[in-house]
Design a protein around this ligand. Structure first.
Ligand SMILES: [Zn+2]
Length: 159
C-alpha cells in the first residue's frame, strides 16, 4: 500500500524555502527562495544575506540611521540570490517559491531571468509603493503570482 501522507509539491518547495530562510543572519527578516523548473526539479535556492566576501560580522544590520550604515544598502534579497546562485541551466519558464512577496528590485530581476510564476507565503508589505510596483510589473508582463495556501501540516526535523 502506497503511503498517503506524503507532502505535496507546494509543501515540499515552500518547506525548502522556509528552511533556506533559517540560514539568514538578519535578526528581523528571514526570507527564503526556491526556484524550480516545469518538471519540479530544483534549480536554485537563496536567502537574504550580505554579498559574498562581505563579512557578516563587519556589516551593518541596522534598520535606521545613516543609510550607509543600514543593512538596506548591502543585503542581497533571497530571490536575487536564488537567481544568481543557480549553477547551470536557464530559468526560462521557471517557478519561484518565496516566503515573502518580492520587492520591486527583485521583481525586475525575476522578470529578466525568465521566471514566469511566483508562489509566495507572506504579503505583509501589501499596499506599499514597492509592492504595488512589483505587482504592476508582473501584471504587465504576465508573470503569474499566487499566495501559498497553508495546509497546517507540521513537520518536525531533528538536526
Ligand atoms: Zn527584493
Amino acid at each position: 500500500m502506497k503511503r498517503t501522507d506524503y507532502i505535496t509539491w507546494d509543501e515540499y518547495f515552500m518547506g525548502i524555502a522556509l528552511l533556506s530562510a533559517q540560514r539568514s543572519k538578519d535578526s528581523n527578516t528571514q526570507v527564503g527562495a526556491c526556484i524550480v523548473n516545469c518538471e519540479n526539479k530544483i534549480l536554485s535556492l537563496g536567502y537574504n544575506g550580505m554579498p559574498i566576501g562581505c563579512n557578516d560580522d563587519d556589516m551593518p544590520w541596522e534598520r535606521s540611521g545613516n543609510p550607509v550604515d543600514t543593512k538596506y544598502m548591502y543585503v542581497c534579497h533571497a530571490e536575487l540570490n536564488a537567481i544568481l546562485n543557480r549553477s547551470s541551466g536557464s530559468l526560462d519558464g521557471a517557478k519561484l517559491y518565496v516566503t515573502l512577496f518580492p520587492c520591486n528590485e527583485c521583481a525586475k530581476a525575476i522578470i529578466q531571468s525568465g521566471i514566469r510564476e511566483i508562489v509566495y507565503l507572506s504579503d505583509k508589505y501589501c499596499g506599499n509603493d514597492d509592492n504595488i510596483a512589483s505587482k504592476k510589473m508582473f501584471d504587465i508582463v504576465g508573470v503569474k503570482y499566487r499566495q501559498y495556501e497553508t495546509t497546517g501540516r507540521k513537520l518536525e526535523i531533528e538536526l
